[in-house]
Design a protein around this ligand. Sequence first.
Ligand SMILES: NC(=O)c1ccc[n+]([C@@H]2O[C@H](COP(=O)([O-])OP(=O)(O)OC[C@H]3O[C@@H](n4cnc5c(N)ncnc54)[C@H](OP(=O)(O)O)[C@@H]3O)[C@@H](O)[C@H]2O)c1
Length: 256
Amino acid sequence: MTVSTESFDLSGRVALITGAAGGLGQSFARTLHQAGASLVLCSRDADRSELVGLANELDGSHRLSVDVTSSDSIQAAFSQLDDLGVVIDLLINNAGIAISGEAHRLDDAAWDAVVGTNLSGAWAMAQQVANRLIDKQMDGSIVNVASILGSQPSKGTAPYSISKAGVLQMTRSLALEWARYNIRVNSISPGYIETDINREFLQSDGGAAQLKKIPTRRIGLAEDLSGPLLLLASSAGKHMTGSNIVVDGGHSCLSL
Ligand SMILES: NC(=O)c1ccc[n+]([C@@H]2O[C@H](COP(=O)([O-])OP(=O)(O)OC[C@H]3O[C@@H](n4cnc5c(N)ncnc54)[C@H](OP(=O)(O)O)[C@@H]3O)[C@@H](O)[C@H]2O)c1
């Protein structure tokens, strides 16, 4: 059997990326655009300069404001898409935040913000997309951006690690339920890649110590995720659902 590069082609697909103006989101958008997908680029503020610049660069992309912690905001965003006749058949659940601190000192607001964004937000977006695909009897693919911290905790990151563990189990649960509708649900677990979410930590002594532990002796790059993303998004990964692809230079292979 031969594998054609055509199976990675995303022409005709409509991809929505949350957190598209962020470090990984921008790279995901470029990858999907290059593979032929039409894009709906989301930020809490669709007029954010990074999002406007990205939409200009990736000709034909649509900008949309959505705060994944707000059901009103999500409803309004999908109503706009419904009015435009746009059906999302590729969702990249990428929006995420991290708040660090000792578990016993973090307040409820920190927990609510992290779990609300990373887990509940991804759940709500997945539901909106799947409901429409199921109604229209269309196939689709959802890629959740988890983290290696979802499988292996690290001190000081409890709400983040717990939220990402939830994302991994959500991926499997939704894969199980939606396989019959031809909606595939997978995740990518990146290791450390320098973006706004972790720049301060990575430049600290603790961060530098973490980076030294990566077996490949380098920090990840956003583009390291491009191949795994395309595999999960496209028909090249058509028998993959409930899978998690770890992209971390071997970081999570460390012995305890
Ligand atoms: N960088 C890493 O090392 C790493 C490793 C593992 C996993 N991840 C995951 O990768 C994803 C992307 O992170 P990143 O590294 O690209 O960080 P980033 O540059 O900070 O981007 C995250 C984006 O999420 C969006 N966001 C935050 N709260 C939101 C909300 N309530 N509603 C909608 N969007 C919201 C923000 O966009 P707006 O401000 O424009 O709304 C932000 O640009 C996250 O899920 C993160 O947990 C990152």
